[in-house]
Design a binder for this molecule. Structure first.
Ligand code: OGA
Ligand code: NI
Length: 358
C-alpha cells in the first residue's frame, strides 16, 4: 500500500467523544486546538446562483449517441473550469448506496471501545483516527475518519475491515466495485475529451487502485469557530465523493473565494486530483476544498480516491506535451510522487504547484 511507507499521524482525541462532552456544556469552550476563528470566518458564497453552481453531468446523456458528444464536452469543460462536478443517472444502484450508507452509519454509532479495535497504527494510514497530524500544537480538524485501501483487491488489509455491522464488508465491496466501474467509464470520456487514446489512458489506472475515507463530522456548538476538514487538494486521479446524510458542508475554492456546494440527493460529487491535473498537462484543475461542520447535526461523507497504478509515471501525457509544445509539470515515479506528498504539509495547492516546471 502506497500510504504505509509514508508514516502515519500523531494520535488525537476522538472528536465524536469531545463533541458529546462539550456540546452539552455551554459553560466551557471547546479545546483551543480546534479553535480557528479566522479561517472559519472566511467569506463563503452560497451555491444558490447559476454562476456558482458546479456543473451536473448526466451519465445517460454520455451513453446516448445523440447527446454523447455534447455531454462529453460539458464534462471536459467542468474539469477545466471547476475541477468539480456532480454526476446523476450514474448507474450505481440505489440499493448499493443505501446499504453502504446504513452500515457506515452503524459503524460510527458504536461505542468508542468497539471502534478503537480498528484504530490506525503507527506507520499505516488505514483504520480509525485522523491523518496529517504532525505536531502537538497544530490546529485540528473537527472530525474522525476511517480509511481503507479497497483496490487492487490483493492490497486489502482485512485487519482494518470492521466485522460489525455484519454486512459492512459486503456493502463496502459492492459499493467499491460499482464505483470503480463508474470511474473507469468517466476516465474513458476524459481521455476522449483530451484527445488521447482511451485504452492506453485506462492502462495508467490498471487494477483500479482505490482507497476510501469515511469522515464523521460531529456537530459543534461553536461550529462557526471550527473547520471539519482543512483546505487541501486530493492527491490522486479522480475522487468520487458521497455525502452520506443530508447535511451540507463541502466548500471549494473558486477564484479565491469559498463556494459552498449543495450536494444533490442521489448524485456523486466528482473532483480532479493532483495526479490528473499533472497527467492532463494542466488542462484539468485540482481544486482546493474543505469541509465545515453543522452546529446541531452530524455530517458524514465518504470519499473514494482513484489512483494511478504503482508502476505509473506521474507526468504530463506525451501526446498532450507534443500538442501543447511544452511539459508544464515534471515527471516522477508514482512512489516518488507519494513521498513528496507526505513530505509537504497538507494544505492548499502547494504540492501540485511544486511539480510545475515554471
Ligand atoms: C476528502 C474530502 C469532503 C467532504 O475526503 O478528501 O474532501 O465533504 N471530503 O467530506
Ligand atoms: Ni478532498
Amino acid at each position: 500500500m502506497a500510504h504505509a511507507e509514508a508514516g502515519g499521524s500523531l494520535p488525537v482525541p476522538n472528536v465524536q467523544e469531545l463533541a458529546q462532552t462539550y456540546n452539552n456544556r455551554s459553560d466551557e469552550q471547546i479545546p483551543e486546538n480546534y479553535i480557528r476563528v479566522e479561517e472559519a470566518a472566511e467569506e463563503v458564497i452560497l451555491d444558490g446562483g447559476i454562476s456558482s453552481a458546479i456543473p451536473i453531468i448526466d451519465v445517460h446523456k454520455l451513453l446516448e449517441p445523440q447527446s454523447s458528444k455534447e455531454e462529453c464536452a460539458k464534462l471536459g469543460s467542468a474539469c477545466r473550469q471547476w475541477g468539480f462536478f456532480q454526476v446523476i443517472n450514474h448507474g450505481v444502484p440505489n440499493e448499493v448506496i443505501s446499504s453502504f450508507k446504513k452500515d457506515m452509519t452503524e459503524f460510527f454509532k458504536q461505542p468508542l471501545e468497539a471502534k478503537k479495535v480498528y484504530s490506525m497504527i503507527p506507520g499505516n494510514l488505514q483504520g480509525y483516527g485522523q491523518h496529517f497530524v504532525v505536531s502537538e500544537d497544530q490546529k485540528l480538524d473537527w472530525a474522525d475518519l476511517f480509511s481503507l485501501v479497497l483496490r487492487p483487491i490483493d492490497s486489502r488489509d482485512m485487519r482494518f475491515w470492521p466485522s460489525h455491522p455484519p454486512s459492512f464488508r459486503s456493502s463496502v465491496e459492492r459499493y467499491s466495485s460499482e464505483a470503480a466501474k463508474l470511474v473507469s467509464f468517466l476516465l474513458k470520456f476524459l481521455a476522449m475529451d483530451m484527445g488521447v487514446e482511451p485504452e492506453s489512458f485506462l492502462e495508467i489506472f490498471r487494477g483500479q487502485p482505490q482507497s476510501m475515507r469515511m469522515t464523521y463530522y460531529p456537530p459543534c456548538r461553536q461550529a462557526d469557530k471550527v473547520v471539519g476538514l482543512s483546505p487541501h487538494t486530493d492527491r490522486m486521479g479522480l475522487t468520487l465523493l458521497l455525502q452520506a446524510n443530508d447535511v451540507q458542508g463541502l466548500q471549494i475554492r473558486k477564484d479565491g473565494k469559498w463556494v459552498a456546494i449543495n450536494a444533490l440527493d442521489g448524485a456523486f460529487i466528482v473532483n480532479i486530483g493532483d495526479t490528473l491535473e499533472i497527467l492532463s498537462n494542466g488542462r484539468y484543475k485540482s481544486i482546493e476544498h474543505r469541509a465545515m461542520v453543522h452546529p446541531t447535526r452530524k455530517r458524514m461523507s465518504v470519499a473514494l480516491f482513484h489512483a494511478v497504478c504503482r508502476e505509473a509515471t506521474v507526468g504530463p501525457l506525451p501526446e498532450l506535451v507534443k500538442n501543447d509544445g511544452e511539459a508544464r509539470y515534471g515527471s516522477l515515479s508514482y512512489m516518488e510522487f507519494v513521498k513528496r506528498f507526505f513530505a509537504a504539509k497538507l494544505g492548499g495547492r502547494g504540492h501540485v504547484e511544486s511539480i510545475k516546471t515554471s
